[in-house]
Design a protein around this ligand. Structure first.
Ligand code: SAM
Length: 315
């Protein structure tokens, strides 16, 4: 299936003020280049640095973005290295950074990648196929407690302990559909019918663990903000509460100014806000968009703008 960019109109409208007069914007989750091409169209003087850790995504984007010629430079890397990629290119600052987290439709739909519990495939789930850790090791080699902890933490799954025990008892587990069946059987029948497919949360947890998704996001957000020039904007599209919590907390922290108690006559903390929140609340898709593109259902978009900081970059 083609990947339809989520909240594309909103992403463009909110990032455009920062890039409409030119400069570099970085799409750190390039995917099929849907958001990137929409921005390149609307900001004809802007240049794109596109990053993705999946070589298939980069190849597809290379073709899709070829009409923009030398305005586009693409790199295979983990977005946690965004600062290093820009440094290698000699780019001191950028006008926009976009994160569209998670997996793309072509990744989900490709049986061989092992992301989907609906299609039989190997237990893989690596976004970067050169990486060593795959879902096969997590499912077959982690201890029961470690596995339960991954499923509980990253899947917010209340039956994590039962699921981990069932997996351990049935090892070796070799493919996605067998795994989904084991998970389903481990969940009490009465609760199987609520909250979508019973394997959904565990598959999400395994994917997050395999790709270190939350760790990469926590490292990359400060890197992205540090790269922005004043007035530059950072947008993040997240798809579950764990990601959104990281973004919301980081934005709130960075948009806080002085934290001295009101009783202090003068500021002693010297804390300065580095970001201004462009979206006070997360933007969510309309019912129309969700009907057209069900993958958009859980999307939340947050955008912040870089402020001038008088004392240099302290954080
Ligand atoms: C939801 S898709 C992006 C779709 C894209 N916005 C579009 O319009 O086509 C997410 C992409 O980010 C990539 N990705 C996820 N985590 C990454 C990371 N830590 N570093 C680099 N790329 C990552 C995935 O490989 C995937 O291609």
């Amino acid at each position: 299936m083609e990947h339809e960019p989520v909240l594309a109109g909103e992403v463009v409208e909110l990032l455009l003020p920062a890039v409409e007069h030119g400069g570099v914007f970085v799409d750190v989750t390039l995917g099929r280049g849907g958001h990137a091409s929409a921005l390149l169209e609307r900001a004809p003087e802007a240049e794109l640095v596109g990053i993705d850790r999946d070589p298939e995504a980069l190849e597809a984007s290379r073709a899709h973005l070829s009409p923009y010629g030398s305005r586009v430079r693409l790199f295979r890397d983990d977005f946690k290295n965004v600062a290093a990629v820009l440094e290698r290119l000699g780019i001191a600052s950028v006008r926009g950074v976009l994160f569209d987290l998670g997996v793309s439709s072509p990744q989900l739909d490709s049986e061989g990648r092992g992301f989907s519990f609906r299609a039989r495939g190997p237990l893989d789930m690596r976004m970067d196929p050169a990486q060593e850790l795959s879902a096969h090791e997590v499912v077959n080699d982690y201890g029961r407690r470690e596995l339960a902890s991954v499923i509980r933490r990253y899947g917010e799954e209340r039956f994590a302990g039962r699921i981990a025990s069932a997996i351990v008892a049935r090892r070796p587990v070799e493919d996605t559909v067998d795994l989904a069946e084991i998970i389903k059987e481990a969940i009490p029948a009465a609760t199987r019918r609520t909250g979508g497919h019973p394997a959904k949360r565990t598959f999400q947890a395994l994917r997050i663990e395999v790709n270190n998704e939350l760790g990469a996001l926590e490292t990359a957000l400060p890197g992205g903000v540090a790269a922005l020039s004043p007035g530059g904007r950072l947008g993040v599209l997240s798809y579950h509460s764990l990601e959104d919590r990281i973004v919301k907390t980081y934005f709130a922290d960075q948009s806080k100014g002085c934290v001295c108690p009101p009783s202090f006559p003068v500021c002693r903390c010297s804390a300065e806000a580095r970001l201004r929140l462009v979206t006070r609340r997360a933007i969510t898709p309309t019912e129309d968009e969700v009907t057209r593109n069900p993958r958009a259902r859980s999307a939340r978009l947050r955008v912040a703008e870089r402020l001038q900081v008088s004392q240099g970059d302290r954080r």
